[in-house]
Design a protein around this ligand. Sequence first.
Ligand code: ATP
Ligand code: MG
Length: 352
Amino acid sequence: MANIAYIPGDGIGEEVTSQGIKVLEYLDGAYNLGLKFEKFDLGAERYLKTGDILPIAVLNKLETFDSIYLGAVGDPRVEPGVLEKGILLKLRFYFDQYVNLRPIKLYKEEFSPLKGKGLEDIDFTVVRENTEGIYAGIGGFLKKDTPDEVATQEMISTRKGVDRVIKYAFEYAQKFGREPKLTVCDKSNVLTYAHNLWQRSFKEMGKNYPEVEQNHFLVDAMTMKMVRNPEIFDVVVTCNIFGDIITDLGAELQGGMGMAVSGNINPDSISMFEPVHGSAPDIAGQNIANPLAAVLAAGMMLRELGYGNLTPKVEAAVKSALENNMVTADQGGDLNTDEVGDYLVKTLKSNE
Ligand code: ATP
Ligand code: MG
């Protein structure tokens, strides 16, 4: 049993997530999961018609669901940032989704930009702190617009904030890690306050997880290792800004934004799953958008809802689509968005 709030959003959001819904509905029927979906019309159309972005009544309603499945928001008719801030960031903060979970997994050998590194090598998960650090928005200007101007930006790390994301990462490694191994990525040699706290938290929390191998990389070394030896990573935990940067590097390792998936998670509240790409207005409404990231996001949501046995099935179907070139034009295929979704369902059925 799970109630899923479905926010298709703008542009290609609806086209790609409807393939994810198709896959979820098939699995629901085949495995008797008891999934229920309710659609929410948040996004540009609603905003342009009514002036509402995300009214409190809708937030209160969303609170009664188990999970949110989201397409993308953003529209050329609306000032950049309004919908992203008003919907995505608002939901993230309202539900205190303090983990951003980003699997970095290569699904097709030819997508690898790294010589000699393939499916076995590029397969790890980044747990990014999602609420504090240098993105907390604290700082200011002194003597603004003068030659002596000084701008400051503070990095906030709270004991509770760091402990909870590190704990989540250990739990995740223990449950879903391959080895399992957890790497903490920071800059504790230079950020001697904020990342000293990260170091202490990691070491103390680590005592509770003796079966999880534990290691540490400074972020600069981390970027080199991600390119040279990505196979050494299993689960990686890091602060907000470093997570932002290394997950983009990771997206390239797995074949670009078309394959990148994101979970905004609060294990005690409501989590939200989405493809990383945007609403892509340039190709919207043509049934040509690539739905694979949206479908993988639905697969990731199943794990969070307690149906983790089905996540690998979704991943295997995506892998099969890529291997058999049953994909959209951006990945060299000649199927449209709907046909890719149909192929995935057909594959799930025959793998049952
Ligand atoms: P953002 O404002 O978040 O950057 P965006 O709407 O510009 O969002 P991006 O995700 O940045 O979209 O994508 C950039 C371009 O990549 C799009 O304009 C589109 O041409 C292409 N693209 C993005 N997602 C897909 C997809 N799922 N399938 C095919 N092409 C895509
Ligand atoms: Mg863009």
